[in-house]
Design a protein around this ligand. Sequence first.
Ligand code: NAD
Ligand code: SER
Length: 335
Amino acid sequence: MIKINYVCPTHNTNNFMSERILILGSSGQIGTDLVQFLRTKYGNENVVAADLKAQPILIGCEGPFEFIDVLDGQKVFDTIKKYKITQVYLLAALLSATAEQKVKSAWRLNMEGLFNILDIAKENPALKIFWPSSIAVFGPTTPRIQTPQYTIMEPSTVYGISKLAGERWCEYYNAKYNVDVRSIRYPGLISYKTDPGGGTTDYAVAIYHEALNKKSYNCYLREDTRLPMMYMPDAIRATTSLMEAESSRIKIRSAYNLSAVDFTPIEIASSIRAHIPEFEMTCVPDSRQAIADSWPQSIDDSSAREHWGWKHDYDLDKMTEDMLMHLKVVSNKAL
Ligand code: NAD
Ligand code: SER
């Protein structure tokens, strides 16, 4: 896929200027967009990016960056002290497909990384924490249509097991130690700035790149596999709205169901064909099919809507138009 530097919009810093934010796992799919959004909002110098790998260059949004392994709790703590951090977003994790290949290291990263942050927050009550969960907390015994906030949760993947355990620990640290930790069960996220990081829903990003570059795509899921999905601008808005909400409005301290759209490979292909009529898709399912089959098809997120006013903006066709428009700009710049 194409790599390019991004120009940040003009700064619109406001009265949240006193926040000092640390984003761990900042060079990945969500982190790249989140760093850009938060630096634009809070000021470049107030948002510290940190990862094992270097940050994509964000022109106009350059700011502090630290090479940090989230498994190194002391380094995380020293960085929080050094920059007088008030909010931590912990994004470092192994995603569903990769985690099935690296079972023990996925469990270690996804759990120990979280404990390091929760334990620091336990001793520093002013810290606010964001930690993402996933639709992967649900499993084959969960009702798959309009999956409720509270329901059967028997995940069958390493990733899902780690996210469900993480949710229980977040709720525990909030109840026992008053840690202000907030979380969302993200659906599959679609964005154009970076490659996704080894998930089951990655096809819904790759399909746009291949549609533009090759006019064809071979999908690793069956054409009728329906999954909940969300465009990145909605995901960033949800995340930052949750973090900015008054504490009294956050009534769920495990993780909130969150929803925008749901679609199948055949439906996203048809949405793309409205712009690229010659686009063709074939489907040859691989091991990721079993993971997708264990997840919900759609999500009931009425709690997020009621508690902190969540409302999505992008449907499938609006997302397709925006994705293709941005990827075309990126391709032209790369020529
Ligand atoms: P990603 O794989 O794109 O990015 C993760 C980043 O973490 C990478 O830049 C990686 O280098 C970094 N990292 C890995 N190990 C690290 C370590 N030990 N120390 C520091 N950094 C490390 O993932 P993403 O898509 O940005 O997801 C971020 C979070 O959101 C994860 O917790 C993921 O489970 C969750 N989530 C993502 C999606 C999605 O569709 N992208 C959906 C649901 C939940
Ligand atoms: N998009 C993520 C994955 O497929 C869901 O958490 O792993």
